[in-house]
Ligand binder design. Structure first.
Ligand code: NAD
Length: 297
């Protein structure tokens, strides 16, 4: 295996130290403690795990965590009322509504009811528009983490051909916007792309955000390319249990790539760290303070 391993776990740990330093400085200099409110509706086990670890890491960096767990029978009116209350609460700088929501709730309506300045997931239509027009936005956490890893490894990304596989609003589209903002030539591939392997072979940077275990093969990768694997898929393991794999066939791709993110330990840890970073950014902006260094793009 030749590729340099992009260690997202280590990078995220360093980022959380930078975040904790900013939090301490905000408290010492301005008497402000950034606060993150997480709203979970229903009992989805994966969502419960995510919400727990978000709350834990929020407290670990010195911020306030407000958890709101609502039953899956919650009405849209009650959820909107809670969001209005959080929008108005000066102790809350970031609001995250854990997705997916139960089917009777309109996710678009709910997300767009969050104050865009507190929308630390970056999914509000105002933030999507700001990002798309190159203005100061709240940037979705997973693509933000990918961009940080790419910049750290490459320095400038200008002129590189990036192929993003996947066109979701959560990962693929904002990832493409960020890479465009860094002057990459960007191709967005998706389920209807003709000859995906040939498309990927042209890429200096491949970002796979598909949700298909180990789909991207080593012979799709241009020698020396950088491969960012966003996928998180659970598959059967040889020992009868399960294991996590990405959207990239790690061993065959690592043999050809110049750099690659592992799963687990690559993009995943960056996502929560970037959520904390966005909360500090939202807090600084709310207070009319300078952008926190190292936390924004
Ligand atoms: P999604 O299902 O919303 O989108 C998947 C995209 O992949 C679609 O745009 C679709 O067109 C494309 N696609 C599907 N089949 C394809 C194929 N055969 N060839 C090419 N493209 C194809 O998924 P998402 O929310 O963007 O998530 C993608 C993956 O990333 C999932 O595995 C998810 O678990 C993971 N994820 C990880 C993190 C993290 O923190 N690491 C965060 C979000 C999502």
């Amino acid at each position: 295996m030749n590729a340099h391993v992009l260690d997202g776990k280590a990078f995220a740990a360093k980022l959380r130290i930078t975040i904790a330093d900013h939090v301490a400085a905000l408290q010492a200099g301005h008497g402000i403690v950034p606060g993150l409110a997480v709203v979970l509706v229903g009992e989805d086990p994966a969502s419960q795990v995510y919400v727990r670890s978000k709350g834990k890491m929020t407290v670990e960096v010195g911020m306030r965590s407000f958890e709101h767990r609502l039953p899956d029978t919650t009405s849209e009116a009650d959820l909107l009322a809670l969001i209005a209350q959080l929008n108005a609460d000066p102790a809350v700088h970031g609001i995250l509504v854990q997705l997916p929501l139960p089917g009777h709730l309109n996710s678009d309506l709910v997300i767009n009811s969050i104050d865009p300045a507190k929308d630390v997931d970056g999914f509000h239509i105002s933030n999507v528009g700001l990002l798309g027009t190159g203005q100061k936005a709240m940037v979705p956490c997973t693509p933000l983490g990918c961009l940080m890893l790419l910049r750290d490894h490459h320095g400038s990304l200008a002129g590189k051909h990036a192929v993003v596989i996947g066109r979701s609003n959560i990962v693929g589209k904002p990832m493409a916007q960020l890479l465009l903002g860094d002057s990459c030539t960007v191709t967005i591939a998706h389920s209807r792309t003709a000859d995906l392997p040939a498309m990927v072979r042209q890429a200096d940077i491949v970002v796979a955000a598909v949700g298909r275990p180990q789909m991207v093969q080593g012979d799709w990768i241009k020698p020396g390319a950088t491969v960012i694997d966003v996928g998180i898929n659970r598959i059967a393991a040889d020992d009868g249990g399960t294991r996590l794999v990405g959207d990239v066939d790690y061993d065959s791709c690592a043999a050809v790539a110049g750099a690659i993110t592992p799963v687990p330990g690559g993009v995943g840890p960056m996502t929560i760290a970037c959520l904390l970073a966005n909360t500090v950014t939202a807090c600084c902006r709310a207070g009319g303070l300078a952008e926190p260094e190292g936390l924004t793009v």
